[in-house]
Design a protein around this ligand. Structure first.
Ligand code: HEC
Length: 385
């Protein structure tokens, strides 16, 4: 027993040096597999009875952390001999140390037509999020989560995929109306001296040339978190969110001409997120929690009143293409279409189901799908089974 413990302690530093090459092994797309080694067998039999291996390996831990976890499992009823527990702890610490990043869900980008017929794009499966079609529909700006989230550009005609952002964590892509730039949220300004950057502690809006040339320019400042939402149709003003500790997500406007002085459009005690403008720029649709449930509403812009409810039993992830008579949103697994006219007065039709299907949903109110300007084809994400 004593001899074994010494051996384990001595082998740990060597083991940690091996973590990096072994990580490559575990990070194959798809399900988690256990790298070979003393303990793999034990883990595969002792740590899967009550929950999945994915749960066991949901994040990396230090040797101490694993010791606590395994002891915790024993107190929850896992029957593990103490000698086996030591082997398990050493194995987990060796292969799933603090640097371990669990493999991400693999997704593909797909076109879906109005009948719900799906056609995959030939881009490689990755952990995609928030695909955004360029104004000319030839390119897609999308979040790709590898070691960290970054913005990538996928060129539809050539199938070429290139990384646009490198420094810091970069999320929530949005094309400029002329298609020349991509906006995103980044934590790159966080001082390295304050230790590891944490995106949700402090992020602001940046933009960068879509061809990757030049430096990114920061557009928003302040203590609170900011991210890009949509452009007014005249291309002059960017709407962005601010996450406020008391009022949740509020909607701000940033004129990109003159002094670039931001102004507040909407602040209520509840969430307002996931916005889209009408083609004439006189109305803004967004997700609101004012009724106690997330619904899509349309309100006058820039006056904010009057307001009309669009969805009926709940709605989220609004998309409002500018050459389409319809506004689209998600309700559960259904993609809904509503006819809306804005001239001479606002009329809101009855929502109907356009198509239904199991696609990747946005965890929040921001749309994680997009549509062609005519509202005939949709760009969605599909999990690779
Ligand atoms: C007898 C059933 C049982 C067995 C066997 C078992 N677990 Fe668990 N495990 C649980 C339960 C119950 C939870 C949920 C507890 C919670 O969420 O607080 C859990 C949760 C976890 C979690 C997530 C919670 C956390 O601490 O982050 C990890 C990691 C984990 N188990 C690791 C292991 C490992 C490693 C083994 C093998 C040594 C193991 N489990 C074997 C019952 C078990």
């Amino acid at each position: 027993m004593q001899g074994k413990r010494t051996l384990l302690i001595m082998s740990l530093p060597i083991a940690l040096a091996l973590v990096i090459p072994l990580l490559a092994l575990v990070q194959q797309p798809g399900a988690i597999s256990l790298p070979e080694g003393d303990g793999a067998e034990l883990v595969s039999t002792s740590c899967v009875g009550c929950h999945s291996l994915e749960r066991t390996l949901s994040r990396g831990r230090s040797a101490e952390g694993w010791e606590q976890t395994v002891n915790g499992m024993v107190s929850r009823g896992a029957q593990i001999l103490s000698a086996d527990a030591e082997i398990i702890i050493a194995y987990l610490a060796e292969h799933f140390g603090v640097d371990f990043v669990p493999p991400r869900e693999q997704r593909i980008m797909v076109w879906v037509d109005r009948q719900g017929k799906m056609e995959p794009l030939p881009a490689p499966p990755q952990h995609y999020y928030l695909p955004r079609l360029s104004p000319d529909t030839q390119q897609i700006a999308v979040e790709v989560h590898r070691e960290k989230p970054d913005i990538w550009i996928y060129d539809i005609p050539t199938g070429e995929m290139r990384q646009l952002t490198h420094e810091g964590t970069n999320r929530f892509p949005l094309w400029s109306p002329d298609g020349q730039r991509v906006l995103f949220s980044s934590d790159r300004h966080q001082e390295a001296s304050k230790g590891r950057r944490v995106f949700f502690n402090d992020h602001d809006v940046y933009w960068k040339s879509a061809d990757g040339s030049g430096k990114a320019e920061r557009l928003t400042y302040g203590e609170l978190n900011h991210g890009p939402q949509r452009w007014t149709p005249n291309g002059k003003t960017l709407s962005f969110y601010e996450i406020h500790p008391e009022t949740g997500r509020d909607i701000w406007m940033l004129p990109l001409q003159g002094e670039r002085k931001p102004w507040l459009f909407l602040k209520t005690p509840v969430l307002e997120g996931g916005i889209a403008f009408s083609a004439d720029g006189n109305w803004m649709a967004h997700t609101s929690e004012e009724t106690g449930r997330r619904e899509i509403v349309v309100r006058a812009f820039p006056k904010a009143q009057p307001m009309h409810q669009v969805s009926v039993n709940g709605g989220i992830e609004v998309v409002w293409p500018h050459q389409s008579k319809e506004l689209f949103y998600r309700f559960g697994n259904k993609r809904m279409a509503v006819e809306i006219t804005t001239t001479p007065t606002l009329t809101v039709g009855t929502p109907r189901v356009l198509f239904e299907g199991n696609y990747v949903n946005s965890p929040g109110s921001r749309a994680s799908w997009d549509a062609t300007p005519d509202g005939q084809r949709f760009l969605l994400l599909k999990k690779v089974e």
